[in-house]
Design a protein around this ligand. Structure first.
Ligand code: ASP
Length: 360
């Protein structure tokens, strides 16, 4: 496997680059723009997203038969992946684990740093160097913004340059969640005219919701997708999100009235209040979020072809009574995560052409 090109640049110079300009440094050498390290949504353009969606479909279909599943499992049985999750996770952890299993990678994990050497005072840098000694890929989630980026640079400049997948970095980005969100949108609109000329409504905690930041960016790759941001003023998306949309000439609107925008939505992307980031415990509870929930009344306003999405976990921002409506996409969205993460891992190791060439 060829590594990414992070070796020709100092950390300071790389870190200072605008996100869009970081992409070439993170690509798999000799590929067609596929990532080696996956750190930001800005690494993915429409052709790459569509290739990943096609590869996810192929993996999904191959997995249905014993022959196909066994063949997939043979592909990466010589590789090992480390899941380093120092922040809570259910779906992201399990779907990456399941994705590794689909492709035959063996896995190890650290989920509780109090039982690793970090507790003895080892730096995160040293911990990650240690993982890279035993594993061929590191899938990591940390509360620290930017740690995955720093570690990618460190590893690319070490004797064991293994790829890093960012599975959530602080309040900042969650690129693999955005990939599964795009895959869900592509699948949902596949037979309904495609992913263009749509309105996507984001609702909830748009300031601290990293999935929103990554998905908002990925949507800019598709033509004429209007984005509507519905949140209480204290939790509204910040200027960096809007500046990125302006720079790309994307139409967007800011609102605090969910009911008025649901009738115009092709997709409503609900999010929970991210109160783990409160400066003082209980700060979020002081904000009136009662109008930023999706229930029976909103469901009645949603167009027939509209869909409801959520990165999960949910609290009460989507009423349970919506769960069995065919437009509720959040369960399928969650399962899509396993397929597109398998596609991303296969791509990182350069196996996409082989998988696509395999007859069903
Ligand atoms: N699971 C998502 C994340 O890790 C969304 C959430 O936690 O609300 O960001």
């Amino acid at each position: 496997m060829k590594t990414g090109g992070l070796t020709g640049i100092s950390w300071e110079a790389f870190h200072a680059l605008p996100l869009e300009e970081k992409r070439p440094y993170l690509e798999r050498r000799g590929g067609r723009g596929e990532p080696f390290h996956t750190l930001f949504a800005q690494q993915f353009d429409r052709p790459l997203l569509e290739r990943l969606a096609a590869l996810s479909n192929r993996i999904r279909f191959l997995s249905k038969s014993k022959d196909g599943a066994l063949w997939l499992k043979s592909l990466l049985c010589h590789k090992r992946a480390m899941l380093y999750f120092s922040q809570p996770s259910s779906r992201t952890f399990l779907s990456h684990l399941a994705a590794c299993q689909i492709l035959g990678l063996t896995t190890g994990s650290v989920r509780d740093t109090s039982i690793s050497s970090e507790f003895k005072g080892e730096s995160k840098e040293d911990s990650i160097r240690t993982f890279s000694s035993y594993f061929d890929m590191i899938i990591m989630r940390t509360p620290e913004q930017g740690l995955a980026e720093k570690m990618s640079w460190e590893l690319s400049n070490s004797e064991r340059p293994v790829p890093i997948l960012n599975a959530g970095s602080g309040k900042d980005q969650h690129p693999t969640q955005a990939l599964l969100d795009i895959y869900t949108l592509l699948r949902s609109f596949e037979t309904k005219g495609g992913l263009h000329d749509r309105t996507v409504v984001f609702c909830g905690d748009l300031l601290r919701g990293r999935t929103v930041h990554s998905l908002s960016y990925l949507l800019t790759n598709f033509p004429r997708i209007k984005q509507v941001f519905v949140a209480p003023p204290q939790l509204q998306a910040d200027e960096s999100t809007f500046a990125a949309l302006r720079a790309k000439g994307v139409e967007f609107e800011v609102s605090d009235d969910l009911r008025s925008v649901v009738p115009l939505a092709d997709a409503v992307y609900m999010t929970r209040i991210q109160d783990e980031w409160d400066a003082a415990k209980g700060d979020s509870a002081k904000i009136d979020t009662s109008r930023f929930k999706f229930g029976a009344e909103e469901l009645a306003l949603l167009p027939e072809n509209g869909i409801i999405m959520h990165p999960l976990p949910r609290r009460d921002e989507i009423a349970v009574c919506c769960d069995h409506d065919p437009r509720a996409m959040y369960w399928r969205q969650m399962r899509n995560g396993m397929w597109i993460r398998a596609a991303l891992i296969a791509t990182t190791f350069g196996f996409e052409d082989e998988i696509l060439a395999r007859p069903l």
